[in-house]
Each structure stands twice: as C-alpha cells, then as structure tokens.
Design a protein around this ligand. Structure first.
Ligand code: MV4
Length: 447
C-alpha cells in the first residue's frame, strides 16, 4: 500500500484527495505556489512544500519541482488530480523512471489516448463504433479537402492532440474548407506544438455521454454507468448528471460493454472515462478516453456509493477489484452544478477577489466540494471553478428541486459568480424536459 502520497494539484480536488488519504491512513504532502500559501489544501495536508511562483508553469506544471518535492518528502506516490500534469505522458514517464507510483494509467497509455487520431484508429480496429472519418493524420489542406469532399459536408476538423475545443472547426460546405483547415491547424500548432489534424463527419445536436470505468492491473474492467455532460458553454461543462435520461437499461448495457471493450483493447488501468457522442437516433460513437479523474466524478460516487479516489489509490497500489460488474447498482439520480468566480454579464470573464461572506448549505442528499472559505482571496492565476454543488435524490425531478433549494440558499459576497445563471438553467423548461444537447446553452441563452 502507498505510505505517503503527494498531491500535484490545488483547490477542491486537492482537498478531496487529502480527505480520501486521511480516511485510508495514508500520509499526505501538498505542493503549493506562492499564491496558494493560504489555500485550504496547503493547510489540510500533513506536510506542504512551496514549489514556486504563482504562474502554473512555475509551480503546478513544473515537473522537476514536483518530482524534487516528492523525493525530498519521501512520498512514494503522486496523485495528479485533473488539469495541470494529469494527462502529461512525459511527466508520468519520469515518475516511472523515479520509481514513484503515479495514480493513473501508464505513460504509454496516456500518450496513446492523448493522440485522438491514433486512439480513433485503435478503437476502429477493436470494433468500437467511431464517427466516419480519416484513418491517418492529415497535414495539408488540399489533401484534407479530398477526404472532406468524399465524406460529405458538414465535417468537423479536429486536432490530433486536441482537447477542449481547441483546433476544432465545423465546415458546412466545400468552399469554406481550406480557410477553416488552415486556421484550425494554426491554432493547433500554437496550442499543442503539433500540426496533425483529422476529419470526421459532423454530428449535429449530439449529447455528450461518458462512461466511468475502473480497471485493475490484472485485466479486470468494470463500468460505473454514465454521466450526461451535454450542458456546456464553449466546451466548459456546466451541469453533469447520472444517469442520463436519454439512456435506458438496454442502451446502458450496450454502451457500458463497449466502454469496457475499448478499455480492454488498450490494456487500460486505473480510473478512466470513455466519452461518446450520442446522436438523435441513439447511435453512439467513441470520441476519446480521458485518462484522469474528472471534475464530475462525484455524481458517479453518489449513484454507485463508491469512492473513486480511494478506488484509484487501491488500484495504483496493486490491489485487485474486489467486486464485479453485477455488484454495481445504480441507485437514484445525482446532479452537479459548477459554480465559477466569473461574470456572465461580462462574457463570463473570470472574477477573482476576496470572499467577504460565505454561506454553504448542507442537508439530506447534498454534497458540496470546495476549497474556499470566508476571507479567502481567489487568486487570478488558475481555474475559476470554486464550488461543485451536488445533490442526490430518488429521481431527476427531485434532484432538480433539491438543487434549486440549495442554490437559493448559497450566499457568496465579494465576487461575481454564475450562481444565478445556473439557477436559471435548473428552472428552464427545456432542461426539466430533458431536451439537452451540447447546443443547449446556445439554443436557450444565445451564449
Ligand atoms: C464532435 C462533435 C460533432 N461531430 N465530433 C468537442 C470536444 C471534443 N471532445 C469532441 N467534441 C465534439 N466532437 C463530431 N464528429 C461535437 C463535439 C462537441 C462537443 C462534444 C462533447 C461535449 C461538448 C461539445 C460541444 C461542442 C461540440
């Protein structure tokens, strides 16, 4: 078992991991930037090490500093959380060389899944449904256009190393292709230092449905059902829920088995998320595997009763999964609302500052994950998410009612947040009616 674990992250996810370790009897080491000396994760860990200046490149993205802190503190493992170095295969390779247990898959698997074009190919060979598109990466606009003309418009141009919508373009007709390819490729070079692109047929008004999987080091893979993350604004998820009301037991079984097959095809280990697009006829297509614990993992914890961070740590320690697929029962309905320090009236500009007053509700079936407190100053250097408000109840309607009650009770003074906007979505008739696709925010609010 892991004796001492270093958390290479900050904010609520660092706190979440520290708490899991405390419950498991594992000692914790926090790393923090100069901007995070007063942050909760710095205070809650058994030991804390300052690793540099505020900018993430000088601290939470600095591999050498984090590895030095690990070795200096005698930690035998690193949990990366999400973002930062969590899906950096080079960093994970260095951990492997230094004999540090990385809580996640191997560097090889992370590299393989990080290249979405390669992942697509691997999955196609394994018989996993993918969207019609190109098998090989494309580098040249003119050659790419031949493929697009062949497949037929609309098409989506994507970056092989892409993510978060960067380097992505929808093209509706042949005339617009070249210009869009070139601008997507420029963005890709700037964002990822790489120029490999690929093309897929564009799926209109899809739902984003992802399956949580757990895989141990002995070939056992199970799925923990799905999360519907369709409600997003510009590739930033806003509300996530489990189960998806677009999926019945039969489809869940089919998609879940496909997710397991995808994981087995690459020898996946630890926790992972298999992302699918679901079209209006309930056809589903693999888009990628996320190799990290995700922001929205809590909704899966609420409907399964499992602790995903503990499961990750146990798997990384070499433990076998001590349950099988038939032991997994999805109970009730869970939903998460992300509260960000941002101003919806100013194009969602981040709104760092000091929290003057804070009231965080509780109650039956309510879970709030946060690292902010009264008097805390939110630094401007990192992600603006400050609160994950989760609720659990018997069905979707009850959960929405509960979340409206909880959001209505929250008080955050001193900074702007998207709290009112999120409340409005929970009140939206289309949202309540389950009419949610990845275009929900655009179609209903114009953002
Ligand atoms: C697509 C798509 C439609 N057609 N691919 C966006 C990020 C990346 N993970 C994949 N994405 C999409 N790929 C084809 N062929 C629509 C999206 C998409 C999307 C996907 C999931 C969640 C939110 C999204 C918002 C806009 C577009």
């Amino acid at each position: 078992m892991i004796n001492k674990l270093l958390i290479a992250n900050r904010g609520e996810i660092a706190v979440r991991i520290i708490r899991a370790c405390r419950e498991m009897g594992i000692k914790t080491v926090a790393v923090y930037s100069q901007a995070d000396a007063d942050s909760l994760h710095t205070q809650l860990a058994d030991e804390s090490i300052c690793i540099g200046k505020a900018a993430a490149t000088d601290s939470y993205l600095n591999m050498e500093r984090i590895l030095s802190a690990t070795i200096a503190s005698g930690a035998d493992a690193i949990h990366p959380g999400f973002g930062f170095l969590s899906e950096n295969s080079k960093f994970v390779g260095l951990c492997e060389k230094c004999n540090i247990t990385f809580v996640g898959p191997s560097s090889d698997i992370i590299a393989k899944m990080g290249n979405k074009s390669e992942a697509r190919n691997t999955m196609k060979k394994a018989g996993i449904p993918i969207i019609e598109g190109t098998d090989e990466p494309l580098f040249e606009a003119h050659l790419a256009k031949k493929f697009a003309d062949d497949i037929g418009y609309p098409v989506m141009i994507k970056a092989a190393l892409g993510g978060g919508g960067k380097g992505m373009r929808v093209v509706y007709n042949a005339e617009d292709f070249i210009a869009n390819f070139n601008s997507a490729q420029q963005e890709t070079i700037k964002g990822f230092g790489d120029n490999s692109m690929y093309i897929e047929k564009y799926i209109e008004h899809p739902r984003h449905v992802e399956f949580q999987i757990l895989a141990d080091n002995y070939g056992n893979v199970i799925h923990l059902g799905e999360r519907d993350c369709s409600v997003q604004r510009r590739h930033q998820k806003m509300i996530e829920e489990s189960p998806s009301d677009a999926i019945d037991e039969k489809l869940r079984k089919k998609m879940g088995e496909t997710a397991i097959k995808a994981a087995k095809a690459v020898g996946y280990t630890n926790a992972g998320t298999v992302e699918f697009l679901l079209d209006k006829n309930n056809n589903f297509y693999f888009i990628e595997i996320n190799t990290r614990i995700q922001v929205e993992h809590g909704v899966t914890e609420l409907v399964t009763g499992l602790d995903l961070i503990k499961e990750q740590i146990k798997i990384a320690s070499g433990e076998k999964l001590n349950y099988t697929q038939s032991d997994i029962k999805l109970r009730g309905h869970a939903m998460e609302v992300r509260i960000n320090a941002e101003n919806p009236e100013r194009n969602f500009a981040p709104c760092p500052g000091t929290i003057k007053t804070l009231h965080i509700p509780g109650g039956n079936g309510v879970r709030i994950d946060t690292a902010v407190y009264t008097g805390y100053s939110i630094p401007p250097y990192y992600d603006s998410m400050i609160l994950k408000v989760m609720a659990y109840d018997t069905d979707r309607e009850q959960v929405i009612n509960k979340l409206k009650s909880v959001l209505g009770e929250i008080i955050i003074e001193g900074i702007d947040t998207n709290l009112d906007f999120q409340y409005d979505i929970l009140n939206n008739k289309n949202f309540a009616g389950g009419k949610i696709t990845t275009d929900f925010i655009k179609d209903n609010y114009g953002y």
